[in-house]
Design a protein around this ligand. Sequence first.
Ligand SMILES: C[S@@+](CC[C@H](N)C(=O)[O-])C[C@H]1O[C@@H](n2cnc3c(N)ncnc32)[C@H](O)[C@@H]1O
Length: 300
Amino acid sequence: MGRSAKAVATSGAASSLAREEGPAEELPAPRPLLKWVGGKTQLLEQMQPFLPKTFQRYFEPFVGGAALFFDLRTRRPDMPAFLSDVNAELVNCYVAVRDDVESVIRALRCHRYESEYYYEVRAQNPVDLSPPERAARTIFLNKTGYNGLYRVNRSGQFNVPFGRFTKPLFCDVGNLHACSRALRDVSIEHGDFSGVLELAKKGDFVYFDPPYVPVSPTSDFTAYIPGGFGAAEQEKLAEVFRRLAKRGVHVLLSNSDTVEVRRLYAGFEIERVYASRSVNSNAARRGKLAEVVVRSRKAS
Ligand SMILES: C[S@@+](CC[C@H](N)C(=O)[O-])C[C@H]1O[C@@H](n2cnc3c(N)ncnc32)[C@H](O)[C@@H]1O
């Protein structure tokens, strides 16, 4: 066995084992740093007609892979933005990339794509690492673990198995710099989605992309946090949506196209969009899935 994960993650020495892409000087448009179940990259085009044409500030309280944020930020570099999520690893990752991308890159260069090593890194307790090392661990596990899943056991330990890829790119220097620049001056907080009620005002834009209402009992991939996101949270979210809409906030929400979602948002504009989803335990159910976007009012 080679160097231990702890020694490697903290040594700070550049390793040739991390595949890289650069250079960082000519920054590309930022793409999501992490693969995230429910990521919106492939839906961005279909969502364009539902976005408000003008708004003051942008809020994304279930930020996940932040696909819509990175896309909007490219078009509006000065847009004030507030991102949050209950996943502490994810939030630490964005904060570290925003504030100290060079250290994140240094820590990522120490990792290597190897099964045994992956399980050593997975076994680390993230709180024992510095914020940039912790962010690098999250990115490394996300890019080399099975399907980009984020799943934890009851004690909160990340338990996704090693993924089989051909040379996975986990240290994409150009994109890390582009994401760091996109995140500059952005507020990134750890917390429940309902915190947005204290901040969003008339004329702001809030995009909710919660864990989806399951379309069948076996299709629930929402185990991002112990406790999950059940029917009571979906009800609470619909109530937060209504309160913001009443305040004059532009609110947009994605969810699965189910009777339950249509009931929760009855009275608002609901449109169907189609996404290809590969994360489903039942292979027969992989393919195009109907989702909905719910809008508080027409784009203006
Ligand atoms: C469907 S994903 C978001 C996908 C994201 N929009 C993208 O493009 O990748 C849902 C996110 O909600 C977060 N989450 C779950 N429960 C939450 C809660 N109560 N408050 C805030 N975020 C929560 C999860 O950690 C996860 O990152």
